[in-house]
Design a protein around this ligand. Sequence first.
Ligand code: ADP
Length: 417
Amino acid sequence: MGCYLGIDFGTSGARAVVIDESAQIQTQVRYPWLWADSLVSSWQKALLTLLGQIPEELRRDMKAIAINGTSSTVLLCDAIGNPVDTPLLYNDARGSLVLEELKNIAPANHTVISATSSLAKLLWMMQLPSFGEARYFLHQADWLSFLLHGRLGISDYHNALKLGYDVEKLKYPEWLESLQIPIQLPKVVPPGTPIGELRPEISQQFLLPQDCLVRAGTTDSIAAFLASGAKSPGEAVTSLGSTLVLKLLSHTRVEDARYGIYSHRLGDLWLTGGASNTGGAVLQEFFTDAELENLSHEIDPTKASELDYYPLLRVGDRFPINDPNLSPRLTPRPDNPVEFLHGLLESIARIETQGYELLQKLGADSLDQVYTAGGGAKNPTWTAIRQRHLKVSVVSSVNTEAAYGTALLAMKGVDIS
Ligand code: ADP
């Protein structure tokens, strides 16, 4: 039996999933973040601890490993791969200090023009004293993979999108080349590309086969998409977590910075998507999880609620309505909590449908089926309401663990069909 290992470095901890050749999970292990450690040593400790926790008989059969990190978590390393400063995490907005400079460098409305993009972080890091010692700029997944295969300076085109890499032409664009950044930007390969075999010391320490391959990784959200089971153009994944995130697989690339819409490349296909500020966080303002479950049972999902809300925690949304001044709309509020919840679920379903309509209007393939991930996926009443609005079948994701998606990537690369 051959085994494949996916490791997810997420926001709350690191997880590893081992699958067999028929994509069945053989084991999964977890490592919560311990904030006492420095970032770099906690990542390293997590990686080695997870490897050690996998049962030995599975380790001995390991054929390939891939790692996903959080998108735009980046660091600078010296010539032998030692970090020269603290990494910047995905949500670190210090790049806002170079945003004006970035606007003069990148084409209008480019994905990199954001305080948290990898390129904004790199430009900010160039002002640090430690930059003088740096030789490589890497994403979290690139550096952790390096610890396993020992080759520096390699990334994948999911992680590199927010660095400005042109995922259509598969090269760094001229406007980026012309900056002549004095350290090495990663060489970018398709996610899942075999990079190399394990370093001998890792293979010996963990009794992993010496010819076990380390493949190029991906980002956490793409890994979660890969886990969902969606594989054909027209299939989509809605994440009903704190916020509402839509991803629709398509033959065509869709970009529209006004709505924060961009596309990741997935082999010959494109993963188009957008994110709204509405979602479960608003439900949580009014109901506990137990109330959400109990009150939902009392809703008749075949009947449409007349209440037309735009549930937001604070002013402003970008997708599917681009209006920084959009006010939350949560009135009229009926006395009956069942009716109020019905109105909220119905309204979020309406916004989800509007989101998919916008992606299709901008050129994405027609919606055929929607997989669902996140806390809202376990609510059958909501699923039925959403199905009435979306007019396609709505099912739960096969698996929602990013580590499972990354294990699939370790098995078969970015070919998801
Ligand atoms: P995230 O990882 O984005 O914080 P999760 O995927 O863990 O979020 O989902 C949490 C959200 O799911 C909460 O905001 C909560 O309101 C929502 N949720 C939990 N249970 C239910 C339910 N039965 N019906 C609808 N939403 C729910």
